[in-house]
Design a protein around this ligand. Structure first.
Ligand code: FAD
Length: 501
């Protein structure tokens, strides 16, 4: 039995070398790699496949391993024959990679349906949006002074600097770590923002404590399920997402992932990768991937591997790494549990102080960080396909609501939030990093040609962040393969790019 396995291994290894040739000479003579593997078909993995295809050309075989559904944390659930986003749902208008994907794939923007938001502290609404923009502004000024203007300017400045990444990437520059990438965009200020808390940064900016507790905290709770002690950088990304100019993909955001796989002409391998092992032959390396599917076990060898799924402890299932000497750096930290419950039912408006549901004007309820509050947010949601003439359900009608909470809702919780309900669909996400468990930013380069995409999530977790990381890894892998080291970690890029033009 052991001999048979060993023989099979030798045959596989030999045939891989026959197919691949000598990988090291391939690099020196400028030949592209023969086989690249990506582990994970979420937006990060599929965008990586697309960018790798652009850089390495049509000959290279790109295998994308996926143990579950293509899309990963971009997923929908079906209620009453309609699909609803259960994971990543909103995209900022300045997320240029996502926009570009949608354009290239011929997908459509989903029509946005207007709705009003309010903040609930467990007893009453402390902030309510109205139909009048000027009145809302006046109320904000009355309650919080000019905090909201300071905040707006801060977020805009960060976004302006962040947008530099698109120029750098268009010129082909890559970064070997998340720190290098952030530093090139916003200097030490950006790097420090991954270590400093959001509260500290905002207080220093002159934003009032009351504004932080009543406005910022509810936004952090709905977007990241965490409190205002999360790092300032991810806080700023979250605040940008709370602005009005957001969009989503008609038919569901996950369509971008399946579309990118096709565009990249990548092979989807429906299997779970269990092990990545290093094989060294002379000066060249090959990575052996062992994988399992419900029907078979398999092994393949690759010259470049991109891990596009979180490796942190507790994010199941783990991938083990063998034969690396010294061993690969340990990826510490944990992911934050957020439970998305999609409920079809009648909202209990009385709980929010509106005994007559016809008078309940809000579609989204955010919450403050109050003890005893068992949910982060509750919102009336629209399906991923919006037909012309679509009308959002009124609170007196049975509607579809998405409730985010830290733990699964029990019957008593549901009874408080809903007068009655027909169905509840629960997705228990390992949603994004638990930022309190952060011990520095994980590496992007795990080994010579072995890369880790999800280290970017510790700066901020979002579809666009994974897309930025995907483009960076494709460029990084390409330049390292071709030994174009002058394209990696260049300093003073703004100046360089201006003089290049
Ligand atoms: C509830 C929720 C709400 C969110 N809201 C937003 C939002 O509004 N806007 C936004 O921009 N972002 C949002 N996000 C964050 C966003 O969804 C993620 O940052 C992004 O989708 C991560 O994509 P990824 O490809 O990097 O990882 P993932 O989507 O997690 O993809 C990893 C893939 O790898 C697969 N995999 C794992 N292990 C293996 C293995 N061993 N072998 C093979 N395959 C494997 C997994 O099945 C998965 O499909 C939200 C996330 C959640 C959970």
């Amino acid at each position: 039995m052991v001999w048979t396995l060993f023989l099979r291994y030798v045959v596989t290894l030999a045939s891989t070398f026959l197919v691949l040739g000598d990988p090291d000479s391939a690099q020196l003579d400028g030949a592209p790699p023969s086989k690249i593997a990506i582990i994970g078909a979420g937006i990060g993995g599929t965008a990586t496949a697309h960018f790798l295809r652009q850089h390495f050309g049509p000959e290279v075989r790109i295998d994308v391993f996926e143990k579950g559904a293509v899309g990963g944390r971009l997923a929908t659930v079906t209620v009453n024959h309609q699909d609803y986003e259960a994971g990543g749902s909103i995209i900022h208008s300045l997320n240029l990679h996502m926009q570009d994907f949608v354009k290239q794939l011929g997908l459509k923007y989903r029509k946005s349906v207007a709705g009003k938001t309010a903040v609930f502290n467990g007893e009453e609404f402390i902030l309510e949006e109205t139909d009048w923009y000027l009145l809302d502004l006046f109320r904000l000024w009355w309650r919080y002074g000019i905090s909201f203007i300071r905040l707006q300017m801060w977020v805009e400045e960060i976004m302006e600097k962040f947008m530099r990444i698109y120029k750098y990437q268009a010129h082909g520059y890559a970064f070997s770590s998340v720190e290098e990438l952030l530093h090139s965009l916003g200097g030490t200020g950006f790097c420090n923002m991954t270590r400093r808390s959001l509260t500290e940064s905002l207080l220093e900016l002159g934003v009032s404590q009351r504004f932080i507790e009543e406005v910022i905290a509810p936004i952090m709770r709905v977007n990241y399920g965490q409190n205002i002690s999360i790092p300032a950088f991810v806080g700023a990304v979250s605040l940008a997402g709370a602005q009005a100019n957001i969009w989503a993909v008609e038919g569901g955001n996950k369509l971008v992932c399946s579309g990118l796989l096709k565009l990249a002409k990548a092979n989807l391998m429906k299997a779970r990768v269990t092990t990545v092992s290093l094989h060294t032959a002379g000066e060249s390396n090959l990575y052996q991937l062992d994988f399992t599917s419900p029907t078979e076990k398999g092994t393949e060898f690759y010259e470049i591997v991109v891990v596009a799924t979180p490796l942190e402890t507790g994010v199941e299932p783990g991938i083990s790494f063998h034969n690396f000497e010294p061993p690969l750096p340990e990826i510490t930290g944990s992911y934050h549990q957020t439970v998305a419950s999609i409920v079809h039912g009648y909202l209990n408006c009385s709980y929010f102080g509106f005994p007559d549901p016809k008078l309940f004007p809000f579609t989204s309820v955010l919450t403050t960080d109050s003890p005893g509050l068992f949910f982060n947010s509750a919102a009336s949601i629209c399906p991923v396909n919006i037909s012309t003439g679509f009308r959002r359900k009124q609170p007196q009608e049975a509607g579809i609501y998405k409730v985010f909470s830290q733990r699964p809702l029990v019957k008593e919780d549901l009874k408080i939030l809903f007068k009655s309900y027909y169905s509840v669909q629960v997705t228990n996400w390992q949603a994004y990093p638990h930022y309190g468990s952060m011990q520095g930013l994980p590496p992007v380069i795990l080994h010579d040609h072995l890369y880790y995409l999800n280290s970017i999530e510790w700066a901020a977790s979002a579809m666009e962040m994974s897309s930025v990381a995907a483009k960076n890894i494709a460029l990084l892998a390409y330049h390292r393969w071709n030994r174009q080291l002058e394209m990696i970690d260049q300093k003073d890029l703004m100046h360089k790019i201006k003089t290049e033009l």
